[in-house]
Ligand binder design. Structure first.
Ligand code: PGA
Length: 220
C-alpha cells in the first residue's frame, strides 16, 4: 500500500510533524525543500518535459532532482480542467520525468458527465493509451466527481475501475477522491486498490497519519 498526500496549493502541515510516516508527500514547490530536509519521500505536483528553457512558471526534472525530490504527480484532473493539460502533454511530462530518474504518479479518471454517459472505460483507456509501462510509474484513479466533493467512489466502483486500468497498463493503482480514515479501510480491502492519493485529508497531520496506519494494517 502506498499513501501519497497531495497538498495542492495549500501551505500544508509542518513537515517535521510528518517525519517518520511511511508516505509520499506532494507539497507546493515552495515547501519541497522543507519536506526533503526532514527526510520525507517528497514528490512535486507537476514537472515540465524540457530540462530547461523559456517556459515561465514551469519546473524541470533536473531542478527537482537537485533539491532531493524523488518523484512527481502528473496529469492531475485539476491540471487537466484548469490549466489545459491534455493526454499529449501528460505523456510528454511522464516520459521526461521517468527518463530523468523521477518516479511518477500519473492521474486519470472520468468526470461525472462521462460516468453518467457510460464512458468511464473509454475515458480511462484513452488517458492510458499515451503511457507505457515503467517500473517507476504508478497510476492514480481519481474520479473527478469524487475529488474534494466528499463523495467517494464505493469500493466496488473503485475496484471495477482499477481492474480496467490494470488490464491496459499493469502497474499499481492508487485510489483518489475524498479518501479519509472513515472510508479507506474498505477501499484497501479491494484486491486492485494499491493505496491512496489523499488531498484534503493529507493537510491534517492526525488524519493523514490515521490513513497511513490503516494502509500499514492492510498491507499485503
Ligand atoms: P481530495 O483530493 O482527497 O481532497 O478529494 C484528492 C486529489 O485531488 O488528489
Amino acid at each position: 500500500m502506498l499513501i501519497a498526500g497531495n497538498w495542492k496549493m495549500f501551505r500544508g502541515p509542518d513537515p517535521a510533524e510528518l517525519a517518520g510516516l511511511s508516505a509520499v508527500v506532494c507539497p507546493p514547490f515552495t515547501r519541497l525543500r522543507d519536506c526533503v530536509d526532514v527526510g520525507l519521500t517528497t514528490y512535486a505536483q507537476n514537472v515540465h518535459w524540457e530540462p530547461e528553457g523559456a517556459y515561465t512558471g514551469e519546473i524541470s526534472a533536473p531542478m527537482l532532482l537537485e533539491l532531493g525530490v524523488v518523484g512527481t504527480l502528473v496529469g492531475h484532473s485539476e491540471r487537466r480542467q484548469y490549466f489545459g493539460e491534455t493526454d499529449e502533454t501528460v505523456a510528454k511530462r511522464v516520459r521526461a520525468a521517468l527518463d530523468a530518474g523521477l518516479r511518477v504518479i500519473a492521474c486519470i479518471g472520468e468526470t461525472q458527465e462521462q460516468r453518467e454517459a457510460d464512458e468511464t472505460e473509454d475515458v480511462l483507456r484513452r488517458q492510458l493509451s499515451v503511457l507505457a509501462p515503467h517500473p517507476d510509474l504508478l497510476l492514480a484513479y481519481e474520479p473527478v466527481w469524487a475529488i474534494g466533493t466528499g463523495l467517494t467512489a464505493t469500493p466496488a466502483i473503485a475496484e471495477d475501475a482499477h481492474r480496467i486500468v490494470k488490464s491496459v497498463l499493469d502497474r499499481p493503482v492508487l485510489y483518489g477522491g475524498s479518501a479519509k480514515p472513515e472510508n479507506v479501510e474498505e477501499l484497501f480491502g479491494e484486491p486492485d486498490v494499491d493505496g491512496a492519493l489523499v488531498g484534503g485529508a493529507s493537510l491534517v497531520v492526525d488524519t493523514f497519519a490515521a490513513i497511513c496506519a490503516l494502509a500499514a494494517a492492510a498491507a499485503r
